[in-house]
Design a protein around this ligand. Structure first.
Ligand SMILES: Cc1cc2nc3c(=O)[nH]c(=O)nc-3n(C[C@H](O)[C@H](O)[C@H](O)COP(=O)(O)OP(=O)(O)OC[C@H]3O[C@@H](n4cnc5c(N)ncnc54)[C@H](O)[C@@H]3O)c2cc1C
Length: 743
């Protein structure tokens, strides 16, 4: 069933605790006509309450992280994996690092806060900050690996005596004693004031007793003035030697907040009213640690961000419909449970505190229950009927009302062209291609582009087109361009120019313009980098986004790389890992990890220009790009194209095949691309399928690739010049042997 056309853009920046609730809520109860986008710096967002338990070794990395890619896919939201660095409020855009801005009608910010490293000289160079927590998680795992079975003494300093710092120091102490039982371990907690300031005196007292019993040194009422030379420098010229230092000082606001022009509180956090809306812009909401509710200031704690999820969700829905948001009063007292790393915990609320193993079990139950809601949403995602229902008329402005009125009766002629105004504006925003080397292109539009081919050069041409398989139009544009240029690079040609064929789903004109702009911006980034001018194209409306290119390249015909030309003794090199087919097959079913998808996309976005240049320079004998037929299919084409097709065969080393993270795992779990069965037909060209039937990498041979790497035959003495993996050797063909022999 087709979803209703999008009329408004709701953009969430940051996958913090409140936003995961908004995602879930929109997944359970979609708002037809609203396009929901999550912009997140980290694909896996940590649940802070469980991080000390992860450090202590009670939870795995997965147990305390929410996979935002999966949650967004389940919700039907777009995930844009990028870091916000500012807002252009006049144009209602979120500014992103290393890519074009994303437009919004309504914006919500939940990006958290982090210790201010600049406040302590030397901290940035010599200490590990607790936030971003995702980064702490990765660093901690590496640290644990290094410390395993260590015998030498180890001194650890933790700066910051709030609940987070106290919980972390206890967790670190517990874990280190477990993994390095013979090492002498000295752990110190340094804090500017008293520990657990603001909590009940009984809780402070209980915690001092716990720290003393555990042998953790506590230094209260001392500021850290610097870090360096293997020591913490404290005020009063005291020094504290430390091999490892962790910083859990109070949360500070990101510097970009002040560039937005939005009202801030005295510490630089977004000032919001009791409806969680910026006090200076009714199209912007902000929650969690990054915001301060002026009417109800509360400590920066995850519990408040969690509680803001439901009212935020409701108010965003109301705001989209033009209704007044509802005020929300957060609770004044809250339960704080601090794990002590050893399977016990201390709970405090108001003036009382309790401790013991049962308190840890209680905390563990609460935290796991919360995580289950977002890590394991119900199997049946959103109600598709609800998504396809007509949008609420209150959502539509004049432009959107026009769209709703004529949707279904839109002109199908001219390939259902996107309006000329949209295209003109998009092309103007993109600007001219740099170094345009064409006789007639977009700079002087005519009925067709004109290319003059320099003497001694030949024009190579290829065309590719496919539907989107990801929801980020910019990245899709990049991948589509890399995929199309693959054929030009494989010929050893220099990309020259390209014509685009772009399809965007029908939506309000602003949203279509944005989609087209994002797709073509991604494509232009790749084309510009490759030295290829965008010289024209055609854009149309369709049920889903799709993009393709007709690409042109120039090459000296005598130096062109061909598919055929394999020579016995050549090494076979592959320049990118395999597995894009299976990863996106699983992603469509919501079963691929977000980090696998991100790594696959990073590989697909990677142009092959440097690889192609290196292959030409190394005198490669043959080359092709690995795409839809999979490695085996494309390799068979190379062998067929060599001589009369019966001159060479290839010994292929299955163990050597480079695989994207997750690909082998997904094959083992039964996932495969829908094109895999077709590609498997090449198996009759392969010797050793039976012997290697259970080899975990065997299915990689038949996995269709999008924007795959170059596969080349390179003289053995020059193969080290290529940045790729040697996966086999070319052999003289022996009577009775198939094209490929598995080793
Ligand atoms: C060790 C430790 C233990 C803690 N334990 C507890 C506890 O038990 N209970 C409790 O209530 N509080 C606890 N806290 C406090 C808690 O971490 C924070 O209050 C809570 O994480 C705030 O949630 P949030 O939604 O505001 O942001 P966060 O949880 O910090 O989430 C922010 C999200 O935004 C993303 N992001 C950040 N910047 C950008 C950007 N520029 N662009 C795009 N995305 C971005 C991040 O990737 C992340 O997904 C603890 C803190 C620490 C350090």
């Amino acid at each position: 069933m087709q979803a209703a056309p999008f009329l408004k853009d709701l953009v969430l920046v940051g996958g913090g605790h409140a936003h995961v609730h908004v995602l879930k809520s929109f997944g359970m109860k979609p708002m037809p006509g609203v396009r929901l986008t999550l912009i997140g710096r980290d694909i896996e967002t940590p649940y802070s309450g469980m991080i000390p338990g992860f450090v202590a070794g009670h939870y795995s990395f997965d147990e305390c992280h929410i996979d935002l890619a999966r949650l967004a896919a389940w919700t039907g939201a777009r995930l844009i994996h990028a870091e916000a660095i500012g807002l252009d409020r006049a144009n209602r855009q979120v500014l992103l690092k290393d890519r074009p801005p994303v437009s919004y009608d309504l914006l919500s910010i939940d990006v958290g806060a982090a210790p201010n490293l600049d406040a302590i000289p030397g901290a940035a160079e010599h200490a590990t900050p607790v936030k971003p927590i995702a980064e702490l998680g990765r660093r901690w795992l590496a640290f644990v690996e290094r410390m395993k079975d260590r015998h030498a003494p180890l001194r650890v300093g933790v700066i910051g005596g709030g609940a987070g710092g106290v919980e972390l120091v206890l967790a670190i102490d517990h874990r280190l004693r477990e993994i390095a039982p013979t090492a002498k371990i000295d752990v110190t907690l340094v804090t500017r004031g008293e520990i657990l300031a603001g909590n009940a005196a009984s809780a402070q007292k209980a915690m001092r007793t716990i720290l003393a019993r555990r042998g953790i040194r506590l230094v209260e009422n001392k500021s850290t003035t610097g870090i360096g030379g293997g020591a913490l420098h404290l005020n009063g010229s005291e020094q504290l030697e430390a091999d490892e230092i962790f910083i859990v000082t109070e949360a500070s606001a990101s510097s970009w907040f002040s560039t937005t022009g939005l009202p801030l509180d005295s510490r630089g956090f977004f000032a919001v009213d009791d409806a969680l809306r910026s006090t200076g812009d009714e199209t912007v909401y902000a929650v969690g640690d990054c915001a301060t509710v002026l009417a109800h200031p509360r400590p920066k704690a995850g519990v408040f961000a969690v509680r803001q999820g439901p009212p935020l969700s409701e108010n965003l829905r109301r705001a989209l419909l033009g209704q007044e948001p509802k005020p929300f009063t957060p609770q004044r007292r809250y339960l704080s449970i601090i794990g002590t790393g050893d399977g016990r915990a201390l709970a405090t609320r108001g003036g009382w505190s309790v401790k013991g193993a049962w308190v840890w079990r209680w905390k563990d139950h609460i935290d796991r229950k919360w995580m289950r809601m977002y890590r394991e949403p119900p199997a049946r995602p959103m109600d598709m009927n609800a998504r396809a229902a007509p949008p609420d008329p209150a959502l539509a402005d004049a432009d959107a009302r026009r769209l709703l009125a004529d949707i279904g009766m839109r002109c199908g002629g001219c390939g259902a062209k996107v309006g000329a105004g949209v295209l003109t504006r998009v092309l103007a925003r993109l600007g001219p291609s740099p170094g345009l080397d064409v006789a007639i292109g977009l700079d002087a539009p005519d009925d067709a582009a004109m290319i003059e081919v320099p003497a001694g050069q030949a024009l190579v041409q290829s065309v590719d087109f496919f539907r989107t398989f990801i929801d980020d139009p910019f990245v899709f544009g990049e991948v589509a361009a890399v995929h199309a240029l693959g054929d030009v690079w494989a010929m050893g040609a220099r990309p020259h120019s390209a014509l685009a064929l772009a399809v965007v789903p029908a939506a309000a004109e602003r949203l279509m313009e944005e989609d087209l702009f994002q797709m073509l911006s991604g494509a232009r980034r790749v084309l510009d980098h490759a030295g290829s001018a965008l010289i024209g194209g055609h854009s149309g409306e369709g049920p889903e986004a799709a993009l393709g290119f007709s690409v042109n390249g120039l090459v000296d015909p005598a130096r062109a790389l061909r598919k055929g030309g394999l020579k016995p003794g050549d090494k076979l090199v592959l320049t990118k890992p395999l597995g894009t087919g299976v990863i996106f097959a699983a992603a469509m079913r919501g079963r691929a990890r977000g980090t696998w998808i991100a790594a696959a996309l990073a590989s697909m976005r990677q142009p092959s220009s440097a690889a192609a240049e290196a292959l030409v320079a190394a005198g490669a004998h043959a080359c092709t790009d690995v795409t839809g037929f999979g490695l085996a299919g494309h390799l068979a084409e190379m062998i067929r194209a060599t001589g009369r097709g019966d001159e060479v065969s290839v010994d292929l080393h299955l163990d050597a095949l480079p695989a994207l993270d997750g690909a082998v795992d997904l094959f083992a779990r039964g996932f495969a691309s829908s094109l895999q069965p077709e590609n498997l037909r090449a198996r009759h060209l392969i010797d050793g399928m039976d012997i290697h039937a259970s080899h975990p990498k065997l299915p990689l041979l038949f996995d269709p690739q999008t924007a795959g790497g170059l596969l080349a035959a390179v003289p053995a003495d020059r193969v080290s010049r290529i940045d790729g993996i040697v996966i086999g050797e070319v052999q003289p063909r022996v009577e009775g042997r198939s094209f490929i022999r598995l080793m």
